[in-house]
Design a binder for this molecule. Sequence first.
Ligand SMILES: [Zn+2]
Length: 468
Amino acid sequence: MLGVAHRERLSVVQAYRFALDLTPRQERAVLAHAGAARVAHNWALARVKAVMDQRAAERTYGTPDEHLTPTIGWSLPALHRAWNAVKADVAPWWAECSKEAFNTGLDALARALTNWSDSRSGKRAGRRVGFPRFKSRRRSTPSVRFTTGAIRVEPDRRHVVLPRLGRLKLHESARKLARRLEAGTARILSATVRRGGGRWYVSFTCAVQRDAGVPARPDATVGVDLGVTHLAALSTGEVEPNPRHLDTAARRMRRLARRMSRGVGPDRRTGRRGSKRWKRARVRLGRAHARVAHLRRDGLHKLTTRLAAEYGTIVVEDLNVAGMLANRRLARRIADAGFAELRRQLAYKTGWSGGRLVVADRWYPSSKTCSGCGAVKTKLALSERTYTCTTCGLVLDRDVNAARNLAALAVTVAGSGPETRNGRGADRKTRPRGLVAVKRQPGTAKAANTGTVPPQGRTSNHELTYAS
Ligand SMILES: [Zn+2]
C-alpha cells in the first residue's frame, strides 16, 4: 500500500478465554473428565513415590545401586506408558473419557516433577518448588485440556466444539478469535475447560500472527503509578478512575467476607464440617472475588492498550510481591494484585506495539521524591494524598508526583538502540528486558549527594543497568 510503511509480522502465543453456559449434563461430563485427570495424576504420583521410597529403603540395607528397584521415568511419554499398562485395572471406566483427560493429569505431574528437580538442583530460579502433592477432589480446581481432535469455534460464534464434550454454548461471543481463525491469522493449539469463581470457562491457546505496531508517539514517555482510590495516575497528570461498579463490588466482597468469618466453618481438630450457610457464603464470596478481579483486569486492559498504542516508553515500578501479599489491608491487596497484572499486560503489549517497558527497582523512592527539584523526603505517610515539597514548594497529587518521577527515570536511558528495546514476543515468564535501576554497593555514593535526586531521577545510591 502506498504511504504505509512495511510492517513486520509477529508470531505470538496468545490465549482467548470465554465464559461457558454448560447444561447440567455437560457439567457432569466436564467434571468426569477433570476427575479422570486427577485419578491419572494421583496414580502416577503414588507410583513415583513408591519407587522412590523403595529405593531409599533398599539403600539402607546396603543394596548395591545396580540391584535397586529400577527407577520409573518422569517424562510425559514414560508416565503415559506406565499408565496405559495399568489403566484397565486402575480405571476400568477409562474408555468413557477422552484420552486427553488422562493426558492433562499426567502432563501436570511431569511438569511438577521437573520443576521440583530443577528447583532442587538450582536450575530453576525463584522460590523453592515443593514435591508434587496429591490432588484432592474438594480442593483442586477442576480442569481438562484438549490438544488434539475436533476443536473449533462454530460459525455462529456462540458455540464451541470440543472432543467428547461436543457442542458447548458460550456465555459471550467468540468473535475476536473467530475473526482471526477465519482470516487464517490464528491457529488453536489447545483448549482448556476450567472452573473459576463459580463459573466455567474455556480458554484457547493460539498461535497468532500479529502486525507489529508502532506507537503513535514513539519518542514520548509516560510513567504509571498504580493507585488504591483510583486505578492509576499518569505522569501527564491524568488520573485514571477505577472501573465502574468496582467500589460496589468491593463493598459486597467485604460484607460477604465478614459474614463468612462469623459463620460456622469447618474444624480439622474436631472433624466438624462447615455449615450450609457457611458453604453458601463461601460460594458467594468466591464469586464476588472473581467479579472484583474481572472488573479491575478489564480496566487495566483498557488502560494498557491505550498506553502501549500511544507511548514509545512506559515506566512502571517493580514491587516486592512477596512482601505485598503479607499486607492485610484489602484495598491495598487488590491494588497490589492489579500491579502484577499491569506489568504482565504492559510487557506483552509493548512487545506487540514495538514500545519499550522500563521497570524501576523497588528501592527507587518514587513516592518520596519531589518531581520538581529532586529533594527526597525521609517519611511520607500513606494517608498523605498530596505531595508538598518543603524545598521548592511544589504541591501535587501524590501518585501523579510518583508517576512523574518514574517517567523521568527513562530519560536517563541512553538512546534507543536495539538493546534498549523491549524484546518482542508474548512469552513473558522471564523478566522483561529493558532498564532497571539496581542498588549500588554501599560506600560508592558521594556523601554530599545523599538524599537528593537530580532532575533526571538518577539517585545517589541508584544507577541504571540493563536487565538481561
Ligand atoms: Zn521540590
